[in-house]
Design a protein around this ligand. Structure first.
Ligand code: ADP
Length: 165
């Protein structure tokens, strides 16, 4: 029986969709590590520190959750931490192809037998992505339905003066 799982991602920024997956994963695994990716070839709007802070703030009242960062392959991180389960969220069928490819690749790369567990998001969040959130923010739209209020504030601060024409 696995006690611990890891939920990796960029979280750039954290959305209600991510939080929904965190809550669902916590119902199955008593301990959940949310691992924020530090990827030198994938530019992010928020720094690693900012992304970690947002997750810490949003999960501060939830038990059994730790927020960490990782660099490199998630399977190497899992090996180092002795974690056997990776959590990923599925929104729509369009996520499936990439996630399927990743899950099979991770299984192949790992000699420890890592499994990926997919959780379906709540239908209200199925269309939310960090990319869409950034686009709405850059156009000055309200984000109250998609991200916690403090994330919306941070996004507005970050994008001040960068509104699209
Ligand atoms: P990535 O890991 O591709 O950089 P994210 O940090 O945005 O992407 O997402 C991490 C994980 O959370 C992925 O499995 C992604 O499918 C999932 N996810 C993102 N947004 C949502 C959402 N609205 N509902 C459910 N899962 C989501």
């Amino acid at each position: 029986m696995c006690q611990r799982a890891v939920y990796p991602g960029s979280f750039d920024p954290l959305t209600y969709g991510h939080l929904d997956i965190i809550k669902r994963a916590k119902k199955i695994f008593p301990e959940l590590v949310v691992a924020v990716a530090q990827n030198p070839i994938k530019p992010t709007l928020f720094s690693l520190k900012e992304r970690i802070e947002m997750l810490k703030k949003a999960t501060r009242n939830m038990e059994g959750i730790t927020i960490e960062s990782f660099k490199g392959l998630i399977v190497d991180y899992c090996k180092e931490k002795n974690i056997k389960v990776i959590i990923r969220g599925l929104r729509m069928i369009s996520d499936f192809e990439y996630e399927f490819q990743m899950a099979l690749t991770n299984r192949k790369l790992s000699k420890e037998g890592i499994e990926t567990v997919f959780l379906m998001t709540h239908e209200s969040y199925s269309y939310i992505s960090s990319k869409l959130i950034k686009e709405i923010a850059s156009l000055g739209g309200s984000l109250s339905e998609f991200v916690p209020p403090f994330v919306e504030k941070k996004l507005k601060e970050k994008l001040k003066g960068c509104k699209l024409q």
